[in-house]
Ligand binder design. Structure first.
Ligand SMILES: Cc1cc2nc3c(=O)[nH]c(=O)nc-3n(C[C@H](O)[C@H](O)[C@H](O)COP(=O)(O)O)c2cc1C
Length: 249
């Protein structure tokens, strides 16, 4: 009987040792990915404990140093499913999917670069009604308010290149983008702005980004497109613009 017990014990110890060996010897690319995932999930857990419960955290992927951070009405507004994207100035549909103008350009930059896409999301949603959003945006701009953000980049230090996209709101960036820029130290990183607008282009936004992040390199050759033309922007257009940039590093 004792012999049987000793045998079972030895078998159990061997099984435990074998499982430890498998974990430490984990070097294939997919397995490395899942290890990173675990590390990321754990740091997300830590992050969540220190921040409000409605926090949305972007896990940093291991294989890109490019972040595409953008603000857009879509993602920050609860639109009815049948929202009119045809006559709207700031909405479009592609393959049945609803996009905000800036979101659409961000998605093309993501396709062209393979970077991580990140929506700058406010805790409070904006009204579905365009005019109401216009008024609220104007009020926020006047008050220089800083809407609380519900999304945060985890592992910002892992990114070297940040494409930053926003709609022009009142000849300026939406205040949520200020809140985003004030949340991180982007020293030593390159910021490449892109904007969609009714025609104002960047207005003063590029110098505002420079003021907020004085130790980052802010490219002035950002991408700009008016809202009536966003629908016609192609991946090739974005690739051509990317090719024209002189990005160091
Ligand atoms: C609150 C608000 C303010 C705006 N202010 C301007 C402006 O000053 N100049 C301009 O050209 N367009 C302005 N627009 C138009 C937007 O910049 C344009 O429709 C943009 O493409 C919307 O992008 P989105 O769909 O990603 O939100 C404004 C739109 C809103 C909602």
């Amino acid at each position: 009987m004792n012999k049987l017990f000793a045998l079972i014990l030895a078998w159990a110890m061997l099984a435990v040792l074998a499982s430890c060996g498998t974990n430490t010897g984990n070097t294939s690319s997919t397995e490395t990915g899942s290890l990173n995932e675990t590390a990321s999930q754990e740091s997300q857990k830590d992050h969540k404990e220190a921040t409000p419960p409605n926090e949305v955290v972007l896990p940093v992927s291991s294989d890109t140093n490019i972040l595409i951070a953008y603000f857009s009405r879509v993602g920050n507004t609860d639109f009815p499913e049948d929202v009119d994207a045809v006559s709207s100035a700031s909405l479009l549909r592609k393959d049945g999917e609803l996009y905000g103008n800036t979101q659409y350009v961000a998605a093309l930059i993501q396709q062209a670069t393979g970077g991580d896409l990140f929506l700058i999301k406010t805790e409070e949603k904006y009204p579905a009604d365009y005019d109401e959003t216009d008024q609220l945006g104007g009020k926020e701009n006047k008050e220089r308010s800083r809407p609380a953000l519900a999304s945060h980049v985890e592992g910002m230090s892992g990114y070297d290149l940040i494409y930053l996209g926003y709609p022009n709101w009142y000849y300026d960036m939406p205040m949520a983008v200020y809140a985003f820029l004030e949340e991180y130290d982007l020293s030593g990183k390159t910021i490449i702005p892109f904007v969609t607008s009714g025609g104002s282009g960047f207005s003063k936004s590029i110098s505002e980004i420079q003021n907020l992040q004085p130790n980052a390199e802010v490219l002035t050759e950002g991408y700009k497109v008016t809202h009536s033309k966003v629908d016609g922007v192609t991946l090739e257009d974005i690739e051509q613009w990317l090719d024209s940039l002189e990005i160091s590093g």
